[in-house]
Ligand binder design. Structure first.
Ligand code: NAD
Ligand code: UDP
Ligand code: UDP
Length: 322
């Protein structure tokens, strides 16, 4: 990426957005962070605020936005099941109306635009591991549909703006990612287990814990975002981004319990509706086209993540919706 370009990052105060804003500034770019603080927080971007090349705007992307920019990263959307199911209509609006507005903006200013799509477009997958050619198995009227179908429709819009208006697009399907700046109470498995373990409270395992996920450390994912945006215009995706090493959720609980030296007991809770049984990305396309492969093993990435939550807990720092 040439230095000194202008980037708009929607959802820039969220978990992934905050890491992305920092990386873009470190690369010598100018960043406009757009966020309505629905699930993100200023604390995530506090350290960037003194940088004269960083600007923040409180804005909800379901409403039109008229600014100038060279590149757009569209990350705005609640990402954890608890948050996206809290106001499901707003979740669909953010994915769909938000995408239309950001695509309309990209069209007007001729910006390149990146969509943070998700492995959830594959639903509860019938093939394993998931490759990009798989169309998915999504319940269109289930509790996860506001997110899954919203993100699927956003992909449709991105491809139609590309075909119809010649927009430069990049669609990335992100698999479970973890790291510092995750919200403590957003219900995602890594943050839940770490916080429960650090407090020596019961670790809440949903179902029997045999369901699987693969976990990517945030720094690896941000490397992939930058490489995706930097790739030739012909490469538009969709491209899977994630770490293919697969763990059962029970195994994750044991690793976190071990690493924190916690005395927490495992507590079995019912499995939520439409919870995918297994998930693991096939990342051959990303390896081939982006020359990217995640390099952080789970235990290595969990260390700074645990330290982050230890700091938050010990200082009683407000970490979103507490
Ligand atoms: P997050 O909840 O931490 O961040 C989302 C950000 O978007 C928050 O700052 C929130 O306030 C903001 N936002 C929500 N609705 C908005 C709106 N209408 N207008 C403006 N801002 C709005 O989640 P995250 O984990 O950082 O996820 C970022 C993106 O990546 C999301 O689009 C998510 O779907 C996608 N994604 C994340 C993961 C993951 O594992 N973290 C996996 C797949 C996809
Ligand atoms: N839009 C925006 N900022 C812009 C240009 C457009 O927010 O700089 C929004 C606007 O709300 C519009 C939508 O993007 O309705 C889609 O724009 P497009 O030009 O594709 O279609 P329009 O509805 O304007 O015909
Ligand atoms: N999960 C769990 N206990 C928790 C939170 C989540 O067992 O406290 C399980 C959840 O049922 C799912 C997996 O962990 O099978 C990943 O959940 P998360 O919400 O992090 O992400 P997603 O289901 O969207 O992949």
């Amino acid at each position: 990426m040439n230095q000194g370009q202008h980037f708009l990052v929607t959802g820039g105060a969220g978990f992934l957005g905050s890491h992305l804003c920092k990386r873009l500034l470190d690369l010598g770019h100018e960043v406009l962070c757009i966020d309505n603080y629905y699930t993100g927080m200023k604390a995530n971007i506090l350290e960037l605020m003194d940088n004269p090349y960083f600007e923040i705007m409180r804005h909800d992307i379901t409403f039109p936005l008229y600014v100038e920019t060279d590149n757009i990263f569209n990350l705005a959307c609640p990402a954890s099941p608890i948050h996206y199911q809290f106001d499901p209509v707003q979740t669909t609006k953010t994915s769909v109306h938000g995408a239309i507005n950001m695509l309309g903006l990209a069209k007007r200013v001729k910006a390149k635009i990146f969509q943070a799509s998700t492995s959830e477009v594959y639903g509860d997958p019938k093939i394993h591991p998931q490759e990009e050619s798989y169309w998915g198995n999504v319940n269109p009227i289930g509790l996860r549909a506001c997110y899954d179908e919203g993100k699927r429709c956003a992909e449709t819009l991105f491809f139609d703006y590309h075909r119809q208006h010649g927009l430069k697009i990049k669609v990335a399907r992100i698999f479970n990612t973890y790291g510092p700046n995750m919200a403590m109470n957003d219900g995602r498995v890594v943050s839940n287990f770490i916080v429960q373990a650090l407090k020596n409270e019961p670790i809440t395992l949903y179902g029997d814990g045999s369901q699987t996920r693969s976990f990517c450390y945030v720094d690896d994912l941000i490397d992939a975002f930058v490489k995706t945006m930097d790739s030739p215009d012909e490469f538009i995706g969709p491209v899977n981004l994630g770490n293919p090493k697969e763990f059962s959720i029970k195994n994750l609980a044991e690793i976190i319990k071990d690493m924190t030296g916690s005395s927490s007991k495992i507590k079995y809770n019912p499995l939520p509706e439409n919870d995918p049984c297994q998930r693991k990305p096939d990342i051959s396309l990303a390896k081939r086209k982006l020359k990217w492969t995640p390099s952080t093993p789970l235990e290595v990435g969990l260390k700074p993540t645990i330290e982050y939550f230890e700091k938050i807990l010990s200082k009683g720092i407000k970490n979103n919706h507490q």
